[in-house]
Design a binder for this molecule. Structure first.
Ligand code: TRP
Length: 360
C-alpha cells in the first residue's frame, strides 16, 4: 500500500466532475470550470469524474440518452484539452468503491441535513421535480461525498452551485476521521491527514468567473435558456451571436452599466488592460463604437475556441467513439487502483478488514 499521508504525495490531488444529463459545452462552462481544469493538469494529479450513475436520478427512463451524453462529455473534454495521459478520467458506474463508500457515509450524515441541502432544494425547484423525485435523488448528494473522498483529493474545483455539496463532503470526512481514526475534535481541518485521518478535508475551488451572463444580459449563460455561445459554434455563428447583444445605456445614468454582458465578456476574453480601457470608455459616457468592440470580442473568442472546434470535429463518428471507449477503459483501471486503496483504508479504520479482494 502506498503512503496514507497526502502531504507526502508527489503532486496534490484534485477531483471534479460533470453529470451527463446533457452535452453542449458553452463559454460559461469554459470560464467557470474547464479553464481551471486545464490549468491545473500540470501541477496536480487530476481525477475527472463522469457522474453517469447520478444522471439516472433525473433521467432513469432515458438510458440511451445518458449513454450518448457520457460519450459526448468525454469527447468534449478531449476537445477542450483535458489529457487522459496526464489525468485520470473516472467513469462512476465502474468504480465499485464509490457505491460502497456511499452506503457507509450515509450513516454519518443526518437525514434532515441532506434534505435541507440548498443545492438539492434549488434543483428540485428549477428542474420542477415536485414531490415525485426518487429516493436516489437526495441520495446523490451522499454519493457525491463518496465520488470525492474515494480519491482523497485536497481540492475540488466546482461552480458556486456545488459549494453546499462540498461542505457536506467536508463534514463527512471530518466525522469519519474523528470517529474511526482517533482524530481529536480540536484538530484543524488542514491537519487531519497528518495526524492519521484517512481523509484529507477537501476544499472547493471556484473558477475565475463564477457566473457568466448569457447573451440576453439577464440570466446566467445556459443551454436551456437559448442564450449561450457554444464551444463548437462555427466562427460566423459566434460573431452573429455577439453582434445581436443589445447595448443600451441605463435611462437614469445615461451610461452602459458596468455589469453589462458585453463588458463581462471583455473581462473574460480580452487582455486585462484592453478590457479595462473599454470599461473606462463606457464609464466616460463618450459615444462608444459597440460594433468595433463586438468584432474584437468575436475574434478573441474565435481564436480561443478554434483549436477546440477542430479537435471536436475529428472525434465525430465511430472512430471518435472508439477513442472514447479506450480512454474510459484506461481511466477505469487507473481510478480503481486509487479508489480501492481508499476503500481498504476506510474499512480497516472501521474494523471491516476481514479478507482481501482484488478489483481491476
Ligand atoms: N453534481 C455535479 C454537477 O452536476 C457533478 C459531480 C458529481 C461532481 N460528483 C462530483 C462534481 C464530485 C465535483 C465532485 O455538476
Amino acid at each position: 500500500m502506498t503512503t496514507a499521508d497526502p502531504s507526502l504525495r508527489a503532486r496534490p490531488r484534485i477531483l471534479t466532475g460533470d453529470t451527463p444529463t446533457h452535452t453542449g459545452l458553452h463559454l460559461g462552462h469554459y470560464v467557470g470550470s474547464l479553464e481551471n481544469r486545464l490549468r491545473l493538469q500540470d501541477e496536480y494529479d487530476c481525477y475527472f469524474l463522469i457522474a453517469n450513475v447520478h444522471a439516472f436520478t433525473t433521467l432513469a427512463e432515458k438510458p440511451a440518452e445518458i449513454r450518448a451524453n457520457t460519450i459526448g462529455i468525454v469527447k468534449d473534454w478531449l476537445a477542450v484539452g483535458l489529457d487522459p495521459d496526464r489525468s485520470t478520467f473516472v467513469l462512476q458506474s465502474e468504480i465499485p468503491a464509490i457505491a460502497e463508500l456511499t452506503f457507509l457515509f450515509a450513516m454519518l450524515i443526518p437525514f434532515n441535513k441532506v434534505m435541507r441541502n440548498p443545492t438539492l432544494k434549488t434543483e428540485i425547484e428549477t428542474k420542477g421535480l415536485g414531490e415525485t423525485y426518487p429516493f436516489g435523488f437526495p441520495m446523490y448528494a451522499v454519493g457525491q461525498c463518496a465520488d470525492i473522498l474515494a480519491f482523497r483529493p485536497e481540492l475540488v474545483p466546482v461552480g458556486e452551485d456545488q459549494e453546499a455539496h462540498i461542505e457536506m463532503c467536508r463534514d463527512v470526512a471530518l466525522k469519519f476521521n474523528q470517529l474511526y481514526c482517533g482524530v481529536g475534535n480540536r484538530v484543524p481541518a488542514e491537519e487531519h491527514a497528518k495526524v492519521g485521518g484517512v481523509f484529507p478535508i477537501p476544499k472547493a475551488k471556484v473558477g475565475r468567473i463564477a457566473r457568466l451572463a448569457g447573451l440576453d444580459g439577464v440570466n446566467k449563460m445556459s443551454k436551456s435558456l437559448g442564450n449561450a455561445i457554444f464551444l463548437y459554434d462555427d466562427a460566423k455563428t459566434v460573431q452573429k451571436k455577439i453582434n445581436k447583444i443589445t447595448v443600451l445605456p441605463d435611462p437614469a445614468t445615461k451610461l452602459v452599466p458596468q455589469d453589462h454582458a458585453l463588458l463581462q465578456y471583455c473581462d473574460a476574453f480580452l487582455p486585462r488592460e484592453r478590457a479595462e480601457a473599454i470599461r473606462a470608455e463606457y464609464a466616460s459616457g463618450k459615444d462608444v463604437m459597440h460594433g468595433h468592440i463586438k468584432a474584437e470580442l468575436g475574434e478573441a473568442i474565435n481564436a480561443l475556441i478554434e483549436p477546440m472546434r477542430q479537435r471536436r470535429a475529428k472525434l465525430d463518428g465511430p472512430e471518435g467513439d472508439q477513442r472514447v471507449i479506450e480512454v474510459i477503459s484506461t481511466g477505469i483501471r487507473k481510478a480503481n487502483v486509487a479508489a480501492e486503496e481508499t476503500l481498504a483504508m476506510a474499512k480497516r479504520a472501521m474494523g471491516l478488514h476481514f479478507g482481501e479482494r482484488r478489483i481491476g
